[in-house]
Ligand binder design. Sequence first.
Ligand code: GLC
Length: 573
Amino acid sequence: MTTPALGTSVPSADDDRATWWRSAVTYQLYIRSFADGDGDGLGDVAGIRSRLPYLASLGVDAIWINPWYPSPQADGGYDVSDYRTLDPVFGDLAAGQALIDDAHRLGLRVILDVVPNHTSDEHPWFQAALAGGPDAPERSRYIFRPGRGTDGSLPPNDWRSVFGGSAWQRVTEPDGTPGEWYLHLFDVKQPDLDWSSPEVRAEFRDVLRFWFDRGADGFRIDVAHGLVKDPALPDLGLDTEVILSQPDRADHPHWDRPGVHEIWREWRAVADEYDPPRTFVAEAWVASSDRLADYLRPDELHSAFDFELVRAPWHARELRRTISTSLAAHDTVGAPVTWVLSNHDITRHVTRYGRAIRAGEPPLHHEEVSGAPGDDPLHGGGGPVDVALGTRRARAALLMELALPGAVYLFQGEELGLPEVEDLPEDVLQDPVWERSGHTQRGRDGCRVPIPWTRSGPSLGFGSGPGWLPQPPDWSELSAEAQEADRSSMLWLYREALQLRRELPMLGDSTAPMRWVDSGNDVVAFTRGDSFTCIVNAGPSPVALPRGHVVLASGPVDGELPPDTAAWVLTSG
Ligand code: GLC
């Protein structure tokens, strides 16, 4: 049985220079943890440059570099104090330029990360706002308000920081008296900007041009759903602490407000000033795929991470439902889906899938998926992890993801099958979530552990000394060096899959329609065009393979497709 084609309403244009992002596979570089060129324990531009050939040979089309700007590093660089150069711990502007140029020479596009919702409290704008006192015009760039209560000692409303605690901080005025409060939806060192300020808007248009002029091919937009707040600042009425939570309702006073779309239209116009046009990918945690599609209307952003697959458990019916919903929502605006399984904010998917329900078992309630009531599978989850099982599923998930219509983002280390490191010693944790949650949540450091490049060495080839977070000793065998020597490794699966995805014309955002194939409850199967089938067995028993030639499989196949395995099958016509 087949269903109508999905994900194909807009044929790819011929001009790859302008539309490359519709099909691209982009590799996310969490710069602190990728490669350390100078031995200080933090990754840097020199490290990335030395590893660019690895990325080119992996077969990705582009790289996305997490914020590299000067920053007190209170939130891994998402607290920016100067948007127009690099932090000296990562390199200087010339080094950044050299990296962009090197990448281009190797055929890799470069996406930078822009953080418009907030600056660092050490940004000159915020320093001026503090120094100028309550009447300073500089305060209008941020969200300063008097406190509640007779002496103003209560925060202006009950909003919570995503990292825990109140979203408001009271300042001491220049005359030494307790003064106004400022909003920080994230850390106290990340004051929110006020996007009703024309100055704020003009500044960021200029920042975009600064980097576009230097050859950046696009930007990942941090917290693209957060910039506009309800000016009435109404209470949320939350009665429990929800850390790292995402919006779950459509009329939220500070997430996904209709006013953000006007900003994205302005930004689109800036990207379109360039030849070829520059591109955007939004990080927008919104309540539904339909809300996400609003960001992707033709005069707004080009793409946005689709986090629905991230939220879905390893369960065939849920995977099919999630994929269909995302494709249908994106189709309404002619945008490709941007698939993602892991990033620097969420539990790595080897671990998620190793903890998730076994397919074929009935439960689908959130608490049963994550293993413990109330636990959030994206941030720690709970319950034991079967890494071997998670790894098999991650291999299968890759083939599924790369066969779907649209674009894909990979997170560094997933090509090595790295699991989440859930037992980091408490004294090394750096995510502000750890402190702000009163040590109840460990935060996101477990997916940010430095990459193991070699079997041995002080940080397994990450740098010449120890890395900023320790690697588990058994990562020696997960190192790129170890996997290079093993043709059945995760690394080789990624290489082969990425190469085939380039060679097979029906994959990516091609015009080849995608159609579901009904292969039973435990199976996710679809065709692209007339001759390609992707089949994923998420169930407990082997299933039959479609007729044809298996060009790639995520594990051994012998006539049948074993559990937690996927295959790409070609028929000759
Ligand atoms: C985004 C980033 C995350 C950061 C937050 C605040 O969600 O991905 O790492 O902590 O924004 O900037």
